[in-house]
Design a protein around this ligand. Structure first.
Ligand code: ZN
Length: 216
């Protein structure tokens, strides 16, 4: 589920649609979280789809911690990539704003942390980046996301240390148990580097275990 202060806008024929903030969103805000209405993509379902349909799945879905494909039911699936994004995936099943996001600014994330399909399934096939960041990596694939982790971790630690100090409208949509567990993590905030490498390792292993016989 996506933060309520957003709208979907058409950008151009290369990029298609994007998500824009309709109000300022402070740094440290939960901008997206995986919710129970999201659609799970089973490997056997994916294996039965034709190439056109698979392209849609690869463009709009991501792989969760359990190695399962997930297609968001709401506008979250239209969040574009930027090599200088203003939100990032955390190891806690949500994405957080790592900068102040201004009204009318596009909300972008770094697909390097979500790119399991590109990374594992397409095995290095290049997908070009259209972001206009001066730090643009030109392609969405990073062979070893771990090489970029220190950069991501430092932004995440900085943003997460503010999470309990800013308004969090998405917390109201979380199950009580999930919400209190999350608040506990954020209140006693620690360095998330170990949680992030554990999360990436677990996702990669689960993905290989669940998908290998369908993708070979
Ligand atoms: Zn880029």
């Amino acid at each position: 589920m996506l933060h309520p202060s957003h709208e979907l806008r058409y950008i151009n024929s290369t990029i298609g649609y994007g998500i824009f903030a309709t109000e300022p969103i402070p740094k440290g805000t939960i901008v997206v979280f995986s919710d129970p209405l999201d659609i799970k993509i089973l490997p056997k379902t994916y294996a039965r789809l034709n190439e056109q349909f698979r392209e849609v799945i690869e463009s709009f879905s991501y792989i969760d911690r359990e190695g399962q494909g997930v297609l968001s039911w709401d506008n979250s699936k239209y969040i574009n990539h930027s090599c200088d994004s203003n939100i990032l995936l955390t190891p806690y099943l949500f994405s957080v704003s790592i900068k102040e996001i201004a009204k009318n600014e596009q909300i972008t994330t770094d697909y390097a942390l979500l790119q399991a399909y590109l990374d594992i399934y397409q095995q290095g096939e290049m997908s070009f980046c259209h972001c206009d960041s001066p730090h643009c990596r030109k392609g969405l694939n990073i062979p070893n996301v771990e090489d970029y982790l220190p950069l991501f971790i430092s932004s995440l630690n900085d943003a997460l240390s503010l999470a309990m100090k800013v308004r969090q409208p998405l917390l109201d949509f979380m199950d009580t148990k999930d919400k209190y567990e999350l608040i506990k993590v954020l209140e006693n905030y620690h360095d998330c580097s170990k949680s992030m490498s554990d999360f990436l390792k677990k996702r990669r292993n689960n993905f290989s275990r669940k998908w290998s016989r369908f993708l070979s």
